[in-house]
Design a protein around this ligand. Structure first.
Ligand code: AKB
Length: 320
């Protein structure tokens, strides 16, 4: 049976770049870009796209039937900051949406499902340095609550129904193509755009706030590598710790200043500071390394250089 993929949230920060890479690997017609409010832009016009509301089972099911979908990358989520402003929405989209996806995947005997988790599963009682794979999961955000419950639900479907569901606890993801929406780690992306456009940025967490991060090419590699790993090599399924680098907001600004010496960064913490403070500083991702060979390519200097090259080019072309 040939692979037919549905990406939900294909217009979002990760979904938009993941869809492009999946189409390169499996062919344009084999990857359906599922969108909700915003329509796909030019980079996603080379293949099918469909309106998908994950909170409505039949909306997902219609697309699954129309294209004989065999694999779903379920990238839709309400992130941590918006989730605190709209907890009902976060629960509805993140939990009911995931439940619909898992039910449909089970009913249609799908080959595999990817569902992202996040460092938001951790909380203030979790060890913050080299946070272990197996540890205390008592998040303080609605987003974190839905991600813990989501991991458990995915593992339940694997054990109870044999559905091959896999997932990663993404750290903050830094990307140059699509802006993130509504997360606590968004400052680590916004800072680059503002540095290139205005040479100043007001950061919403304190200068010494350290969080785990990853550059988008590594995020896409991790996602696709996990999905292509042999099932027999996996001891974990939906909850892999994963990281690439950790730095403070001040260290990030300093690294940008090596390329843009007159860049000024100020710090005005808001409600997102509390969320950041409840998350780990560094992550132990040895299970991902052992079970499916995870190894990142980018660190802080190489990610910063690459981000600035890409954004400066777009700025000069008037596309930023
Ligand atoms: C957020 O900040 O909410 C997300 C995440 C770490 O899952 N980027």
């Amino acid at each position: 049976m040939s692979e037919m993929i549905l990406v939900t949230g294909a217009v979002g920060q990760i979904g938009s770049e993941l869809t492009v890479e999946l189409r390169k690997r499996y062919g344009n017609d084999s990857v359906v870009a599922g969108f909700h409010r915003k329509k796909p832009g030019a980079t996603l016009q080379n293949g099918p796209s469909e309106l998908v509301d994950v909170t409505k089972k039949e909306s997902v099911e219609n697309v699954v039937k129309k294209y004989d979908i065999t694999t779903i990358y379920h990238m839709v989520a309400i992130l941590s900051a918006v989730g605190e402003e709209k907890p009902n929405l976060a629960w509805n989209v993140n939990m009911n949406g995931l439940y619909n996806i898992l039910e449909i995947a089970k009913e249609h005997n799908m080959r595999r499902v990817f569902c992202p988790s996040s460092i938001a599963v951790f909380g203030p009682e979790t060890p913050q340095k080299s946070t272990p794979q197996e540890t205390i999961l008592r998040p303080r955000t609605m987003y974190g609550v839905t991600k813990v419950a989501g991991e458990l639900l995915c593992d339940y479907y694997f054990r109870r129904f044999g559905l091959d569901v896999r997932g990663l606890r993404y750290p903050g993801i830094i990307s140059s193509e699509t802006l993130p929406g509504g997360g606590t780690t968004d400052y680590a992306v916004e800072i680059f755009y503002e540095a290139v456009k205005n040479k100043r940025y007001t950061c919403f967490v304190k200068k010494d706030t350290i969080l785990p991060m990853m550059y988008m090419p590594d995020c896409i590699k991790a996602t696709m590598d996990l999905m292509n790993a042999p099932l027999s090599s996996l001891k974990h399924h939906s909850d892999f710790n994963i990281t690439a680098m950790s730095f403070s907001a001040g260290e990030l600004a300093e690294e940008i200043r090596k390329h843009i010496p007159n860049f000024v960064c100020e710090y005005t913490p808001d409600f997102r500071q509390n969320i950041a403070d409840s998350w780990p500083r560094t992550i132990d991702d040895s299970c991902a390394r052992e079970e499916w060979g995870w190894k990142p390519n980018y660190d802080l200097p190489s990610m910063t250089k690459n981000m600035l090259e890409k954004l400066e080019k777009r700025y000069e072309e008037g596309k930023l």
